[in-house]
Design a protein around this ligand. Structure first.
Ligand SMILES: [Zn+2]
Length: 436
């Protein structure tokens, strides 16, 4: 298995803009890792209220002093020219130039990631330290960019399960020369897909989408409306290789089964993980899936500084030239891979639990007795779980109700299933008598 870091090292520095050769090159490389269908949407194609943008290419981009000294050059770093910058060439006064120069808010020596996909303007990005040194009256700007018809590409890895009900995984690939956001989510996603493809007994069908942020999700969803009713949940992946603890961001429907399942499963998978409500950690493609008319409960998993007020939140280097593979390591990526697979394992197990017994189980007679003298918590938990098995609650419902982990509830449920006292069902199967 190729290390995730190898893939990141190979692809991170490409100028992977929304619709661009750099993006296409990265996606084509990923398609060699896993069986992938590449959907193409041409420039101008309507996607609900959106339209596919033009392909953008930056051939040249630099800033010179009037005596010919090169101050910044896109050849040194793809971030030096604003993504989707208009072309511009000319001699400008310092006053004219400054509003077109972008710097990072908190990292004076970093080049910021700036994009102007829909608000047309020209611009260069550079370290604040360089900008502060610009004291001449005039400068020469050369930005040679091209806007032309192209195709937006979405890579889809299909992992068939027994059911046509589908769980969506997504990661974006459109952040030029940035590693943690977004190559780390892509690398983990590809590895998750490989692991799922190797499993032969999946209930759900899984789809991993690799796409340009926002417009890629809208393009895919608007062209696969027939699939939307089958999408039962989702998880967006990004910012996974740094040292910060995991953050599980819930969906727009916090009472949904994926929310209950992942929310109760994460603590055992990663005890330091934080949880937050929808749009309280970070905004990405999960917005399109959670949106009106789609309403797929899609959560997200990332690694961020827990205090949102931290000046460098979500992590030092975010959206800047400091976001290099040096921030990441294979061990953290591996933990993220294990976390995602652990959540999906819980998801596969999350079924309605149907009692095959009436009354309270004669536990000692069925050899499931937990002594209340030696293990009072275990004894209480066994009874609390048992009394909730009425075919109308899933494992996750029981875990959330009792404020215990998914795994703790699952352990008891699987013991009862093993003893022939309970059954698992994908649909509710209420067993309580109906009274008028
Ligand atoms: Zn981003």
């Amino acid at each position: 298995m190729a290390a995730m870091m190898d893939l990141i090292n190979e692809l991170w520095f490409l100028p992977r803009n929304l619709v661009s050769d750099g993006y296409d090159q990265a996606l084509a490389r990923l398609a060699r890792e896993v069986p992938m269908t590449i959907h193409e949407y041409p420039t101008g194609e309507p996607c609900w209220t959106w339209k596919v943008p033009e392909k953008w290419t930056c051939d040249e981009g630099f800033l010179d002093s009037m005596d010919g000294r090169r101050i910044v050059d896109v050849k040194d770093h793809p971030l030096h020219v604003v993504s989707y910058s208009l072309p511009f060439e000319g001699v400008v006064s310092r006053e004219e130039l400054l509003p077109h120069l972008h710097t990072h808010k908190t990292l004076p020596d970093a080049i910021p990631f700036v994009f102007k996909y829909y608000e047309r303007d020209w611009g260069l990005s550079l370290p604040q330290t360089v900008k502060s040194s610009l004291t001449d009256e005039q400068y020469r700007v050369v930005i040679r960019t091209r806007f032309e018809p192209g195709t937006l590409k979405v890579g889809e890895v299909l992992i068939p399960g027994r059911s046509s009900q589908c769980f969506m995984l997504a990661a974006h690939l459109c952040h030029p020369a940035l590693a943690n956001d977004d190559m780390s989510g892509v690398a983990v996603g590809i590895q998750v897909a490989k692991a799922l493809l190797a499993q032969k007994d999946l209930h759900f069908t899984y789809r991993l989408l690799i796409l340009p942020e926002t417009i890629g999700s809208v393009a895919y969803l608007s062209h696969h409306e027939d699939l939307i009713p089958n999408m039962v949940g989702g998880l967006f992946l990004e910012i996974m290789g740094n040292d910060q603890p995991f953050a599980l961001q819930h969906s727009f429907q916090p009472e949904s089964q994926p929310d209950r399942c992942f929310g109760s499963a994460i603590a055992d998978i990663s005890p330091t993980a934080q949880q937050a409500a929808y749009r309280r950690v970070i905004d990405n493609d999960e917005r399109q899936f959670n949106a009106p008319g789609v309403r797929v409960p899609m959560l997200s998993l990332s690694r961020v500084i827990p205090e949102k007020s931290h000046p460098n939140w979500p992590y030092v280097g975010y959206h800047s030239s400091h976001d290099t593979p040096d921030l990441l390591n294979e061990e953290r990526l591996r933990e993220a891979l294990d976390a995602v697979l652990g959540l999906l394992r819980a998801w596969e197990n999350n079924q309605y639990v149907v009692n095959l017994f009436k009354g309270e189980i004669f536990c000692s007679g069925h050899n499931i007795w937990i002594d209340h003298q030696t293990n009072p918590a275990g004894h209480r938990r066994l009874f609390e779980i048992m009394e909730r098995l009425d075919g109308s609650r899933t494992v996750a419902d029981i875990a959330v109700e009792l404020d215990i982990s998914f795994q703790a509830a699952w352990e008891v449920v699987s013991l009862l299933v093993e003893r022939g006292l309970a059954d698992l069902s994908r649909k509710p199967h209420p067993t309580s008598p109906v009274r008028d």
